[in-house]
Design a binder for this molecule. Structure first.
Ligand code: UD1
Ligand code: MG
Length: 436
């Protein structure tokens, strides 16, 4: 039988170095809040239950957590060991391994954690060799190479500061060992905090360790680290899409969030943004500088350049959306086209509809949003305003420059025109008058 594994995720800290009103673990990379990375990782390696320890901004953070995780509140941030004590109190009666993950280490891979869980003994931890170990706890090993203790940067001696092996803040403990030893830790250190890494000295020499690449265990403490981690993950995500048969014109300027699905033979030109929740079906072309925010794009569609598809956009097969077209809550039927300069919000469009340049849905009357419906085969001339709620029947034809305020019957022609006024020679007379 596989061992019982529970996990505790430490996420109560304020994230002082972020200089933010928002709790650190709610800052996002590739569209996903930091705290959800360890939450998903714990589920992936089979840990159950998962307890997330919250403190700063607990109510806000709780809102992004999936319902299956438990929350424990650490009222005062007295250190990582205190946070684990709080988490453990939610695991009464649990016997097995306790995986401790940090809310601010998003790039850790499941493979590394699975290896960690295989290690024997009361304490196992992940370490890494850092080019620049500044800010991390250093791993102190004895002459025999065994780990003796971890020393936090602020408590290091000059010699210890030179150590490049660092503590990743990722551990696997025996539940019984944690219960027995957590209470015995002291806060006689530079930060007057209860340090979880002090349990390493308590267990020595029975400490197992696993070396991981620095890229996986980089912690996020400020905005620069946030952007560095995001760039690293973006490169991985883009490469994965390429491996799955997606053409990226320039991966360096292609911004694809997590939780985006892209089919085979899709091509994405430089400068595009595909935000979380976007789905692009096989063979679609996303041309340069388009922004897709949770949109669904059907097979063989052509989108952009310079298009913006907002949430609730659903394009059926073969739809064309061209430059400077914005869509929101727009369901657009097979083969329909809106090729230039338009705003299509709260609209249902049938099949083979042509939406002319400069068409605008007037979907908001200052109080509420209303729906526009265009039937199959409708033709909308350029510079049309569709004042919602309004329906244009199948096959109808709307002349250029029309303000459509009432429903249009099937197969009808509708247009509004101000009477034309022509005054022969008027402009010439005006110029001559000005000369005098
Ligand atoms: C910690 C480790 C350090 C390690 C580094 C790796 C300690 C004392 N030090 O330092 O050895 O090299 O991680 O990234 O553990 N937290 C709480 N409650 C608290 C304090 C912290 O929940 O009272 C949470 C934070 O929200 C954060 C995590 O624990 O998610 C780590 O805390 P942080 O302050 O970032 O520790 P580091 O200084 O990075
Ligand atoms: Mg940290």
């Amino acid at each position: 039988m596989p061992p019982n594994i529970a996990s505790i995720i430490l996420a109560a800290g304020k994230g002082t170095r972020m200089l933010s009103r928002r709790p650190k673990v709610l800052h996002r990379i590739l569209g996903r809040p930091l705290v959800l990375f360890p939450v998903r990782l714990a589920a992936e390696v089979g840990a159950r239950p998962t307890v997330v320890v919250l403190g700063h901004g607990a109510d806000e953070v709780r809102q992004v957590l999936p319902p299956e995780v438990q929350v424990a509140i650490q009222p005062e941030q007295r250190g990582t060991a205190d946070a684990v004590r709080v988490g453990l109190s939610a695991l009464a009666g649990f016997d097995g391994k306790v995986l401790v993950l940090s809310g601010d280490v998003p790039l850790l891979g499941a493979g590394t954690v699975k290896q960690l869980l295989e290690l024997p003994g009361p304490v196992a931890l992940v370490t890494a060799l850092a080019g620049d170990p500044t800010g991390y706890g250093r791993v102190v090993r004895g002459r025999d190479g065994r780990i003796e203790r971890i020393v936090e940067e602020r408590d290091t001696s000059p010699a210890e500061r030179q150590i490049s092996e660092i503590n990743a803040g990722i551990y696997c403990f025996d539940a019984a060992f944690l219960r027995e030893r957590l209470g015995g830790l002291r806060d006689d250190n530079a930060q007057s905090e209860l340090y979880l890494p002090d349990l390493v000295a308590a267990a020595a020499p029975r400490v197992a360790s696993l070396a991981a690449p620095m890229a996986e265990i980089a912690g996020i403490n400020d905005r620069r680290e946030l952007s560095v981690a995001e760039a690293a993950l973006r490169a991985r995500v883009n490469a994965e899409h390429q491996r799955n048969g997606v053409t990226l014109g320039d991966p360096a300027t292609t911004y694809i969030d997590l939780d985006v699905e892209i089919g085979r033979d899709v091509s994405i030109e430089p400068g595009c943004v595909l935000a979380a929740g976007t789905v692009v079906a096989e063979g679609a072309e996303i041309r340069a500088h388009s922004v897709l925010e949770g949109a669904r794009v059907g097979p063989g569609c052509v989108v952009g350049p310079f298009a913006r598809l907002r949430p609730g956009t659903e394009l059926a097969a073969g739809v064309h959306i061209g430059n400077f077209v914005e869509t929101k809550k727009a369901r657009i039927g097979e083969g329909s086209k809106a090729n230039h300069h338009a705003y299509l919000g709260d609209i249902e469009i049938g099949k083979r509809v042509n939406v002319g340049a400069g068409t605008i849905t007037c979907n908001y009357d200052g109080q509420k949003k209303s729906l526009t419906r265009l039937g199959d085969g409708v033709f909308i001339g350029s510079d049309t305003q569709l004042v919602a709620p309004v329906t244009v029947g199948d096959g109808a034809y709307v002349g250029a420059g029309t303000t459509v305020q009432e429903d249009v019957p099937e197969d009808a022609l509708v247009f509004t025109r101000a009477p034309r006024v022509v005054k022969e020679g008027w402009a010439k007379r005006r110029r001559e008058k000005a000369k005098k």
